[in-house]
Write a protein that binds this ligand. Structure first.
Ligand SMILES: [Zn+2]
Length: 432
């Protein structure tokens, strides 16, 4: 199903919730307001959003709508404060035309990226310009009430600090490190998020912000979107973003939009089998990618090297951390020339690259972006991933395929969350 269809289905679904006959179980969106725009208005908004400033003539050319229809919609969008006249276009002979852009003062967009061990927050205006940014460590295992209350307190504090309390919050995008039923805004059977299964995140937020549109998505999806709209992926329509951390996942950008798949879990590559005889994964299968190439696997392998007395350099880190080795220590040791660490990183890159090669053959992306904590292992990891992909993919698919690290790093998720919230908010259509 295309992204537009998913949004349309979600809009219909949300509208249906205002019908009193809807059963209790799905009342999580009950406080969300009805969709806002006519079809033409939402098309115009999406063009203005993509191009930042466009004239009436541009809109007529780009849409095939009549001049009077475009004029009517522009007037109504200006009147309601969504767009504003914003300077004049280039002189092309006749009169210079008025350009329209989104109105940054209309209200606020919140973005939150909840990771396994951190929360990242951003407040932006309706143009997507950041107004406030904050991050702190937090453990997802503490459960939804504690984490969401903390997030709410932090936003409240940021609003006070920046004198934003009088501004409405139009939309709120939230990324979580687990599978998400995108249409319903629910986390479903997450492996590392105790207490979050089916937790009504949307209604929690709507208790504080009853008029705000709340969107929940998987964290890797929002990171992929972030890179695609403001990071290294700008200008590429089809991207695979791979997050390598404790777990491994991929976000797929298809024709500029997040591809969710039919149930919402597209890109869950961490559980692709790479070794049928490999260790048992919490998912119940053997030899999943993240069991062999995730952060945990790297640290475990390094600990075994120390136990076997094979590396003095790793031993040094092991002692320094009182009998523990972190994934990043393997990167430090490799930079000091430790052969065992170099081999661990190369193997990890090869295992990930082999899986990505399959995805390249299948999907033919225009770019592969690598992010997540394990990517801090550096260029050695990237070059082994690259080698495996180039070796195992079709030459046509890799002829012009940049394989690069994330450029936004810790900001990718919040930027993606803000942009997803804006995408959804500005495409919400009235039921006519
Ligand atoms: Zn698994």
């Amino acid at each position: 199903m295309s992204f537009e269809n998913q949004i349309a289905e979600r809009n219909t679904y949300m509208a249906s919730l205002l019908n009193p006959s809807v059963d209790e179980e799905i009342s999580i969106y009950s406080k969300t307001p009805l969709p806002l725009f006519s079809r033409t208005e939402s098309v115009i908004l999406s063009i203005i959003r993509k191009n930042q400033a466009v004239s009436k003539v541009d809109l007529i050319k780009l849409t095939d709508y009549s001049r009077s229809k475009i004029t009517g919609c522009i007037n109504s969008l200006v009147e309601n404060g969504y767009i504003q006249a914003d300077g004049l276009g280039e002189n092309t002979g006749g009169r210079r035309s008025v350009l329209f852009s989104l109105n940054g003062n209309k209200g606020l967009i919140f973005g939150a990226d909840i990771g396994a061990t951190s929360i990242d927050l951003m407040i932006a205006d309706l143009r997507g310009n950041p107004i406030a940014r904050y991050a702190e460590p937090a453990l997802i295992q503490h459960g939804p009430k504690k984490i969401l209350n903390r997030i709410w307190d932090l936003f409240d504090q940021l609003m006070k600090e920046k004198n934003l309390l009088d501004q409405p919050v139009l939309a709120f995008g939230i990324g979580v490190p687990g599978p998400v039923d995108f249409k319903r805004g629910l986390v479903v059977s997450p492996p590392i998020m105790p207490g979050w299964d089916q937790y009504p995140i949307v209604s929690f937020i709507n208790e504080h912000l009853p008029e705000t549109v709340v969107i929940v998505d998987n964290d890797v999806n929002i990171m992929a979107l972030g890179e695609s709209v403001q990071g290294i992926g700008v200008g590429k329509q089809n991207i695979i973003f791979t997050k390598i951390g404790t777990g491994i996942g991929a976000g797929i950008i298809c024709e500029g939009k997040i591809y969710h798949g039919s149930a919402g879990c597209a890109g869950d590559i961490g559980h692709i089998c790479v070794d049928k005889e490999g260790p048992v994964c919490p998912c119940g299968n053997r030899g999943c990618l993240e069991m062999l190439a995730g952060g945990g696997a790297i640290a475990q392998r390094a600990s075994r090297v120390v136990e076997d007395g094979k590396s003095e350099i790793l031993q040094k880190y092991f002692d320094k951390r009182n009998g523990n080795i972190l994934t990043e220590d393997v990167g430090y040791a490799a930079r000091e020339g430790d052969k065992e660490s170099i081999e661990i990183i190369r193997d990890t890159g090869k295992t990930i690259g082999d899986v990505l090669a399959g995805l390249v053959n299948f999907y033919n992306p225009g770019m592969i972006v690598i992010g997540g904590g394990v990517s801090k292992l550096g260029n050695l990891l990237l070059s082994s991933i690259r080698q495996s992909i180039l070796k195992r993919s079709l030459p046509l698919a890799t002829k012009d395929l940049p394989i690069v690290f994330s450029s936004l790093r810790e900001d990718a998720g919040v930027i993606g969350a803000v942009n997803l919230a804006m995408d959804i908010y500005l495409s919400m259509e009235r039921v006519e």
